[in-house]
Write a protein that binds this ligand. Structure first.
Ligand SMILES: *Cc1c(COP(=O)(O)O)cnc(C)c1O
Length: 379
């Protein structure tokens, strides 16, 4: 068996399709190259002939897809001699920013909404030594403040309004195409700021033979940093579907939401930063937006853990929750291939998970008899 080259991250892998130079110092933690897992039991349960794959982005170094964008954003910040990065975050951006800043040897400032960030994400930001500024407001307030403060303070914004973030994130589409040999028919994502759905569309457009117009279009998404070159070219592009949590669904309301609320804290965003781009993605791909209740989101999260052995955080399960509804209704057609992005790992939010796992948790005396009884009564 031949030796395999050590995987050194997505910038090294897709260098010719990303805005880096030969002598750029790459700040990487080996992000990307995440598994595309074919679901077995859930499609059977749905009783529909649909091939569902999940792209398990929770297996990135800090446990979410944010690493794909952060390796690019921090690499470019360091290239520009920046000594500090800043972001507003519902949690995962701050975890990624903190880790990549530590790797680069620069400072990270993160603004998080008080009391609304999952325990795992906060622990990461703290451990990596970010300066955590907890604000008495939500993500949208944080985002506004970050933009304001960056006008004067010597800090680089690494939220997805930083065009390099989307450039890194588009590589998820490249990986999917390489594994399937084509683009899927449908690609489902949870939508918060809508940066990721935009980034995926850029990736698909850059890989499409029918893409001449769209690459140009996509370039307007990312400030002219799109660089098309090489890579496998396929003839199709997916229909893009964005799902939001009902309590935080500006794309469904057609307007900003001032007081978003959902158990899926990663998408608790009422003023999406990539608003215009996401509408364009929907139009160009002939896709749609829809919403899922918190109850539906949590039941999809549980189903995935119990039936497939895959643990994602609540926001991530929104893609599968929505896809299942659209498969059942026939809006997603039989015979098609569907990819659902699972944006973050389940361990990010242990509190929400443990509230759901109560039914299989029993406490008994430390005797053979009680343990036997617990087993037999739960068979
Ligand atoms: C950031 C994030 C999202 C939302 O992605 P956007 O690009 O803001 O739409 C969804 N799920 C998880 C786990 C996230 O961390």
């Amino acid at each position: 068996m031949p030796f395999r080259n050590r995987y050194t991250g997505l910038i090294d892998t897709y260098r010719d399709r990303l805005p880096v130079h030969d002598d750029t110092r790459i700040i990487s933690l080996g992000e990307g190259n995440t598994p595309l897992i074919r679901l077995h039991n859930i499609p059977d349960m749905l009783g529909k002939n649909v091939d569902i794959y999940v792209k398990y982005e929770g297996l990135n170094p800090t446990g979410s897809f944010k690493d794909r964008g952060m390796t690019m954003a921090v690499t470019k910040a360091v290239e520009a001699n920046s000594k500090a990065i800043i972001c507003a975050s519902t949690g995962n951006t701050s975890a990624a920013a903190a880790a990549y800043a530590a790797r680069a040897g620069i400072a990270a400032f993160v603004l998080i909404p008080e009391g609304k960030i999952a325990a795992g994400k906060l622990a990461q930001a703290m451990m990596h030594g970010a300066v955590i500024i907890q604000i008495k407001g939500n993500f949208d307030d944080g985002m506004r403040l970050v933009k304001e403060v960056a006008e004067t303070a010597p800090v680089t914004i690494v939220n997805s309004i930083n065009p390099y973030r989307l450039q890194g994130q588009k590589t998820a589409a490249f990986e999917i195409i390489e594994e399937l040999g084509r683009a899927p028919d449908y690609h489902c994502l949870p939508v918060g700021n809508a940066g990721n759905i935009t980034a995926h569309w850029i990736g698909y457009c850059e890989s499409s033979s029918a893409s001449v117009d769209c690459v140009t279009e996509a370039c307007t998404f990312c400030d002219g940093h799109c660089k098309y070159a090489g890579g496998p070219i396929v003839s199709n592009r997916p229909v893009m579907i964005g799902y939001q949590a009902s309590g935080s669904a500006p794309f469904m309301r057609g307007d900003m939401v001032d007081d978003p609320d959902t158990v899926a804290t990663a998408i608790r965003i009422g003023h999406p930063q990539s608003w215009n781009q996401a509408w364009k993605v929907k139009e160009e791909s002939k896709g749609w937006f829809d919403e899922c209740s918190d109850e539906l989101i949590l039941s999809a999260q549980k189903l995935l853990t119990e039936e497939e052995g895959i643990f994602c955080e609540p926001a991530s399960a929104t893609s599968l929750a929505g896809a299942m509804e659209d498969i059942k209704s026939g809006k997603i057609k039989e015979g098609s291939t569907v990819v659902c992005t699972l944006t973050g790992h389940g361990l990010k939010d242990p509190d929400t998970a443990m509230k759901q796992g109560q039914s299989t948790f029993v406490t008994v005396d430390a005797t053979l008899q009680s343990v036997e009884k617990a087993i037999l009564s739960n068979m």
